[in-house]
Design a protein around this ligand. Structure first.
Ligand SMILES: Cc1cc2nc3c(=O)[nH]c(=O)nc-3n(C[C@H](O)[C@H](O)[C@H](O)COP(=O)(O)O)c2cc1C
Length: 167
């Protein structure tokens, strides 16, 4: 299966979420898009940004079989970086409809890290509902608590291995 991880964080490719992404990448041999290190702008009704990096990313999504979004929890929601990417999915139902249709039947899930013990209530809703919108198969996401009180690299590795088995 061809896996694509789409990661958005303020961690500059070195934060807690990236640590989990690196482990996941090793186990899945996945491709990676870091949305914070590219030319990606907010959704624009006039589509004046249609030549930025989003089109290429959408093409990468169309070639993958499983799409995994990776984000820290920032203020009880996905990161702003990833939300910009999610808003741009609107291009796929307006100016890039054929690419949007190619998402159909693909698997989609997320990995998230946060300081709190439990993932915020409703955090999974944008992932689940977006998957439904594009007729993708949503799979339950993985949440990893990164509080120094409980964070343990071995435990993270075990959680990732278990998550990968269920993909
Ligand atoms: C702006 C900001 C907001 C945060 N909000 C939350 C939150 O609402 N819930 C939570 O559990 N952790 C929160 N945290 C902690 C991060 O989710 C946690 O440290 C995460 O593992 C950081 O991942 P990163 O290194 O990729 O940014 C927040 C951190 C930042 C910087």
């Amino acid at each position: 299966m061809k896996h694509l991880i789409i990661y958005g964080s303020s961690g500059n490719g070195a934060g807690k979420t990236m640590g989990v992404v690196n482990t996941l990448k090793e186990h899945l041999n996945a491709d990676l898009i870091d949305v914070s290190r590219c030319n990606l702008s907010f959704f624009d009704y006039a589509h004046s940004n249609k030549d930025d990096d989003f089109h290429g990313f959408a093409q990468q999504m169309s070639c993958a079989e499983n799409i995994i979004f990776a984000t820290p929890v920032y203020w009880y929601a996905m990161s702003a970086q990833l939300k910009v990417f999610f808003d741009r999915l609107s291009d796929l139902i307006t100016i890039r409809k054929p690419l949007g249709r190619q998402l159909e039947s693909k698997a989609m899930t997320f990995v998230a890290t946060g300081h709190d013990e439990l993932i915020p209530e409703g955090f999974d809703v944008p992932f689940k509902r977006t998957a439904e919108y594009f007729n993708m198969h949503y799979k339950r996401g993985l949440y990893i608590c990164t509080s120094s009180k409980v964070y343990d690299l071995k435990k993270v590795e075990d959680m990732v291995v278990q998550f990968v088995k269920n993909l």
